[in-house]
Design a protein around this ligand. Structure first.
Ligand SMILES: *[C@@H]1O[C@H](CO)[C@@H](O)[C@H](O)[C@H]1NC(C)=O
Ligand SMILES: *[C@@H]1O[C@H](CO)[C@@H](O)[C@H](O)[C@H]1NC(C)=O
Ligand SMILES: *[C@@H]1O[C@H](CO)[C@@H](O)[C@H](O)[C@H]1NC(C)=O
Ligand SMILES: *[C@@H]1O[C@H](CO)[C@@H](O)[C@H](O)[C@H]1NC(C)=O
Ligand SMILES: *[C@@H]1O[C@H](CO)[C@@H](O)[C@H](O)[C@H]1NC(C)=O
Ligand SMILES: *[C@@H]1O[C@H](CO)[C@@H](O)[C@H](O)[C@H]1NC(C)=O
Length: 812
């Protein structure tokens, strides 16, 4: 509001001072006109008083500003934020954690936790309901893993002798009651295939795409063998997928302590429960769904698993060969049986000796295969059922019903405990909701509608959230502003975030008002102690359906275990309340910080009049991603560019490279051989210019929109007297217009036909890496075409991406 001009209506009485006209008709006309003007004047005053309640001058500037139909503000944004920072309590978070981790809650197996959660949320003041889906899941029946050796008996006949029978269970520890629960969950893989296979073993490193390529090049026989792979980096289902494609019989996955950093027994640290190192018997359960190809219930891709819906065959979505997860204690005899057989890891390349952690136990890391008289028997029996899952959905209605913020965490766990994954998030979400409930009690009503979700079935393949998004897709596309996720809220002390670029600023701002639980200098915030990096969206948690299918900007936050933090026993019985209390988060102070952060992020998104997005951040991020594609092209054209030190030291770089499908042999053999494709690649490079040009336009429009939004934010903060209601009305309309542009920006990047070979994924900028799964790939269609050296398809993707960017620029 810059003009000091008096509104027109007030000038009207001036007309009275004009000389009277003798003509009665004219006089009557004037009287009627004046009367109706006065009537309209009073109506306008009444309306503006109702819509824009007047504020006293003693209040903060801007507190009198409100939305039409919104009740008079009882709390300023600052007051709301104060509540969200003050209410969350470590004691309460600990109490919720204790509840969730008291008994098993595998997907579809614990209805009482859904009811309990619903009741708690209602107690906090949030209307909630349980929404269920009938989904296809497996539960473990039986398993066996044994090492067999053929020996001659006394008569000279050959017999198979069992040389090692794997325990396949985790040790019971007196200190940790979760480990001795009678109904604890066995070790198994979600969506794994039943089977009973016997064969020689091959060590396949992390089981990444490039690991298998290295083995093929080294002439190691894979067909008819059983793979033993270490966990890490790549989503486990994709390790099984590649082994299956190459004709292997089955897959054993183990946790190598070499990936545990400084806290290992080899480096003199005591294992849990006495120290921070990994317990040797800990096993990582988990899903082996082919997550980067399709997610959710594999029998209902693209539509909700309501009772009675048609179901499709699952062949392309889940494994057909059996797999089994084991501890490193159980892996030792199998790895040692490989000693002396086949090439050594050192003989392949440097990617094979990264973090090898069992040399000190006598493992030589030979590749194998073991000779035909040394085999493993892998037996896995799963029962497949169609069974209900229970999402809990809570709603706080806002004034603007077509602007919605969704906040979620999953509740199901692989183990009875799950104090980190996911119930640190569940405890944190409860505390955030309790705090928002306190604000409601003090008379607050959010501008936008907030929906809370406690998802079931995340662990099997993001099932509960995916089915829900598939069911409500039209409404979500129309109304949703953002999705806020936390899965493992606390497993360590290092704050980590991934997000769509539109949301970067919300994370930075919120993190800088939340006090760090570990202040070396008084007043340090989470932001101060953070490396400030925000990763791109991949998969592996419930944001994927929102981001990749619905095009809703999403974020995911939590405190990671890194650099000296005690080893987090992911998906193991030792992810227990006792571990959390003693090692993960003594005092539950990081839980409290996350609850504060989640509350503030939610409040900013739901209650600031102008949605706190930065379109410019999106445009600039896209520029960086195109640069990344160019770098990739350079690598594809120059031999040995991939053998960099960075890709060995940095986890993300390592797994991004190893998970790529690039045909390195083409690059490494002879540059003359790749002459012809090179020239094609060179001409392709020129077409990337088109993307820069489109981005330039987007950046211009985005920057303009952000500047306009900043101006509106300023205007909201200024006191405007009620009688300047036309200015108020204009401001309201302007904000509504800007918010609508922000709301739909991410949607511009959806491509109806989806990605090549995985049409469920609709976003042209973000998708899980095809062969990494967790890590986010940028411009997946384009990058995969470059990896495949399919320049024609790469050109096609440049066209698709260009049209999305132009579309986005036009909409701004
Ligand atoms: C469900 O969870 C509660 C709370 O953690 C636990 O006490 C109970 O034993 C679980 N129920 C079942 C059927 O596993
Ligand atoms: C698995 O197969 C082996 C033979 O290959 C057989 O001896 C064993 O009994 C089978 N196990 C089960 C549980 O069927
Ligand atoms: C693999 O086998 C091929 C053909 O038999 C041979 O030319 C090549 O040298 C072998 N490679 C290795 C690493 O042994
Ligand atoms: C929220 O609004 C919807 C639609 O107007 C209504 O059906 C629902 O009952 C409201 N919920 C609450 C908790 O007020
Ligand atoms: C707290 O921070 C200091 C210095 O940044 C670090 O050395 C220490 O390990 C941290 N402690 C916890 C419990 O996070
Ligand atoms: C990789 O390139 C080599 C040489 O051009 C070719 O023989 C081989 O089939 C390619 N492999 C794949 C998986 O495309």
């Amino acid at each position: 509001m810059t003009s000091e001009r008096t509104p027109l209506i007030v000038q009207v009485p001036v007309a009275e001072r004009r000389p009277r006209y003798p003509h009665a008709v004219l006089r009557r006309f004037c009287t009627v006109a004046l009367a109706s003007i006065l009537i309209w004047f009073f109506i306008a005053v009444a309306v503006s008083m109702a819509y824009f309640p007047a504020g006293g001058s003693q209040r903060d500037p801007g507190d009198d500003w409100t939305w039409p139909g919104h009740p008079k503000r009882k709390l300023s944004y600052e007051q709301l934020q104060r509540i969200l920072l003050e209410v969350p309590s470590s004691q309460r978070a600990e109490e919720w954690s204790r509840y969730y981790t008291a008994g098993p809650h595998l997907a579809g197996k614990n209805y009482s936790q859904a009811v309990w959660t619903k009741n708690k949320w209602e107690e906090f003041g949030v209307t909630s309901e349980i929404v269920s889906y009938d989904t296809y899941l497996n539960y473990p029946v039986d398993h066996r893993l044994a090492l067999l050796e053929k020996e001659k008996n006394a008569d000279g006949a050959s017999v198979w002798k069992v040389s090692y029978e794997a325990a396949l269970t985790e040790d019971v520890l007196a200190e940790d009651p979760s480990t001795s629960l009678p109904d604890r969950v066995p070790t198994f893989h979600g969506y794994s295939a039943s089977g009973n296979v016997t064969g020689p073993v091959v060590y396949v490193n992390y089981g990444s795409y490039q690991d298998f390529e290295d083995l093929i090049r080294a002439n190691v026989t894979l067909k008819g063998k059983v793979a033993i792979a270490r966990y890490g980096g790549i989503f486990r289902g994709l390790k099984v997928k590649r082994a299956q494609e190459l004709g292997m019989l089955g897959v054993i996955l183990y946790s190598d302590p070499g990936d545990d950093g400084e806290n290992t027994e080899e480096k003199g640290k005591e294992p849990y429960p006495n120290g921070p190192a990994r317990h040797p018997s800990s096993v990582q359960r988990g899903s082996t769904q082919f997550l980067s190809f399709v997610q959710g219930d594999p029998t209902t891709p693209g539509y909700p698993s309501k009772p009675g819906v048609p179901r499709l065959p699952v062949d392309d979505a889940i494994p057909s060969i059996p797999s089994i997860p084991i501890s490193y204690q159980d892996a030792l005899p199998i790895l040692k049986a490989l000693n002396g057989h086949g090439p050594k890891a050192d003989d392949l390349n440097q990617y094979w000796t990264r973090n090898v952690g069992l040399r000190y136990k006598g493992v030589h890391y030979n590749i194998g295969p073991t000779p035909d008289n040394v085999v493993v028997n892998l037996y896995n029996e799963q029962e497949y059922v169609i069974t209900p899952l229970w999402n809990v959905i809570g709603v706080i209605n806002g004034t603007i019903s077509d602007e919605v913020v969704v906040v979620g965490n999953h509740r199901d766990a692989w183990v009875a405990g799950g104090s980190g994954d996911p119930n640190s998030g569940s405890a944190v979400l409860n505390e955030a909701i309790r705090s928002l409930g306190e604000a409601l009690r003090q008379g607050w009503k959010p501008l936008r509608t907030i929906v809370f979700a406690s998802w079931d079935g995340e662990e099997y393949g993001l099932v509960g959230s995916t089915e829900w998004v598939e069911e409500y897709l039209p409404w979500l596309s129309e109304a949703t502003v953002a999705y806020v996720n936390t899965d493992i809220s606390v497993e360590g002390t290092h704050f980590a975030a991934r997000a769509a670029p539109l949301l970067d600023d919300v994370i930075y701002t919120a993190a800088s008002v939340v006090p760090s639980p570990n202040q070396t200098v008084l007043g340090q915030t989470v932001y101060d102690l953070w490396d400030k990096s925000i990763k791109t969206m991949g998969s592996g948690s419930d944001f994927a359906a929102f981001q990749d299918l619905a095009g809703i900007p999403s974020l995911d936050v939590g405190f990671d275990a890194r650099n000296g933090d005690p080893v987090y026993h992911y998906h193991s019985n030792y992810d227990s309340f006792h571990w959390m209390e003693k090692f993960g988060d003594p005092g539950f102070v990081y839980h409290r910080a996350m609850a504060q952060l989640l509350g503030v992020i939610t409040a900013r998104l739901a209650d600031l009049p102008v949605i706190p997005f930065r379109a410019g951040d999106y445009a600039r991020a896209l520029g960086r991603y195109v640069k990344k594609v160019e770098d990739k092209l350079d690598e594809a054209l120059s031999p040995s560019a991939e053998l960099t030190a960075a890709s060995l030291l940095d986890d993300d770089a390592y797994f991004e490279l190893r998970g790529s499908t690039r045909n390195l042999s083409t690059v490494l053999t002879s540059s003359s051989m790749s002459r012809t494709p090179d020239s094609e690649a060179e001409s392709f490079r020129i077409s990337l210019e088109r993307l820069y040009k489109a981005l330039h336009k987007l950046d211009k429009h985005a920057t303009k929109l952000d500047r306009h939004a900043d101006k509106l934010r300023e205007e909201v903060g200024r006191h405007v007297p009620w009688w300047k209601w036309p200015a108020r009305l204009k401001l309201w309309l302007d904000i509504r217009k800007v918010n609508t542009k922000y709301k739909y920006l991410e949607r511009s990047f959806l491509y109806e036909k989806g990605l090549d070979g995985r049409p469920w994924f609709k976003h042209v900028v973000f998708a899980p890496g095809l062969w990494t799964g967790y890590a986010g790939a940028v411009f997946p269609g384009l990058v995969e075409s470059i990896d495949a050296r399919n320049w024609k398809n790469a050109e096609r993707w440049v066209g698709i991406i260009e049209s999305r960017i132009e579309n986005a620029a036009r909409r701004l």
